[in-house]
Design a protein around this ligand. Structure first.
Ligand code: NAD
Length: 294
């Protein structure tokens, strides 16, 4: 297929490279990042999108996605697919789908989980919103970049699934880290704590697969001085998206809100920026109960 790929950063770069490796003809554009080998460099987003069968975007946020969509939709061919794999707000995903429909282009929101490792290995999970026709056209490409795809519903459903998943992740990681800090203060050995919880009803992906305590459980960013992995500021971005969606949908999400406020303090007022999101454990470890702020 002839593919345009816009946004070739940490995630988009290896995703585009995998498509080219699989034999597709990929033309890419990024304002800053280098174009991977085997991907043809375009001079603008519009040039990358013109006459392609599928255009994939992997951009930082909904505002940038909307402006790129405004630029490329007028030059995309009728019946082509615009598949956005970025994590953005549900409203932007739906607005871009409406703009695409008006331009005669099929649209998908197809955010991913699996991180940079999954993007490089081609083992991402895609959660997809949009029509069956758009999905059918893009599915072979999602299969190259990922190992699992779930069709979640109409436009915006992929983003809804993504922010709900990451809201749970932010909450369980916070709970796992504060429980380790409590166990420390109660004199419980961390390896014993892991042994019990990872096989008891407190288990979760945060404990079992991504344990925030160094030297305990499987290898994780905790064993590499909390170098990300999944950076705290990206978790904060996703928790903010979940809370703004909760406000507009009138959903009561007190745990998600509290996790957002904790990551906000960690990233904006403490030393959390650039640290893995499991670095809440050393944060809790340093603190007692005597503080006014969160
Ligand atoms: P990144 O910052 O490395 O890449 C984004 C790229 O978009 C940058 O290279 C930037 O130059 C480019 N860009 C910005 N504006 C542009 C424009 N107008 N035209 C062309 N290019 C433009 O970020 P990333 O880690 O690759 O993440 C991309 C998206 O994937 C985000 O929405 C993020 O939330 C999501 N995501 C990231 C991860 C992860 O672990 N990094 C995991 C899942 C989802």
């Amino acid at each position: 297929m002839n593919i345009g790929f816009i946004g070739l950063g940490n995630m988009g770069g290896p995703m585009a490279a995998n498509l080219a490796k699989a034999g597709h003809n990929v033309t890419g554009f990024d304002l800053v990042a280098d174009v991977p080998e085997a991907v043809t460099k375009a001079g603008s987003a519009a040039e990358a999108a013109e006459n392609r069968d599928v255009v994939i975007t992997m951009l930082p946020n909904g505002k940038i996605l909307r402006s790129v969509a405004e630029e490329i939709l007028p030059v995309m061919k009728a019946g082509a697919v615009l598949a956005d794999c970025s994590t953005v707000d549900v409203e932007s995903a739906r607005a871009v789908a409406a703009m695409a429909e008006a331009a005669g282009v099929l649209a998908l929101d197809a955010p991913v989980s699996g991180g940079i490792g999954g993007a490089v290995a081609g083992t991402l999970t895609f959660m997809v919103g949009g029509s069956d026709a758009a999905f059918a056209a893009a599915a072979p490409l999602l299969d190259v970049m990922g190992k699992k795809t779930v069709q979640c519903g109409t436009s915006g459903a992929g983003q809804a699934a993504k922010i709900c998943n990451n809201m749970i992740l932010g909450v369980t990681m916070t709970a796992t880290c504060e429980a380790f800090a409590l166990a420390d203060k109660l004199g419980l050995d961390r390896a014993k704590m892991f042994d019990v919880i990872s096989t008891s009803s407190g288990y979760s992906w945060s404990m079992n697969a991504y344990c925030p305590a160094p030297g305990v459980g499987p290898q994780s960013p905790a064993d590499n001085a909390y170098k990300p992995g999944f950076a705290s500021e990206l978790m904060l971005k996703d928790l903010r998206l979940s809370q703004s969606a909760a406000v507009s949908a009138d959903a009561d999400t007190p745990m998600g809100e509290l996790a957002m406020r904790i990551y906000e303090a960690f990233v904006e007022e403490e030393d959390g920026r650039g640290m893995d999101f499991s670095a809440l454990l050393p944060r809790f470890e340093k603190r007692g109960r005597a503080h006014e702020e969160i």
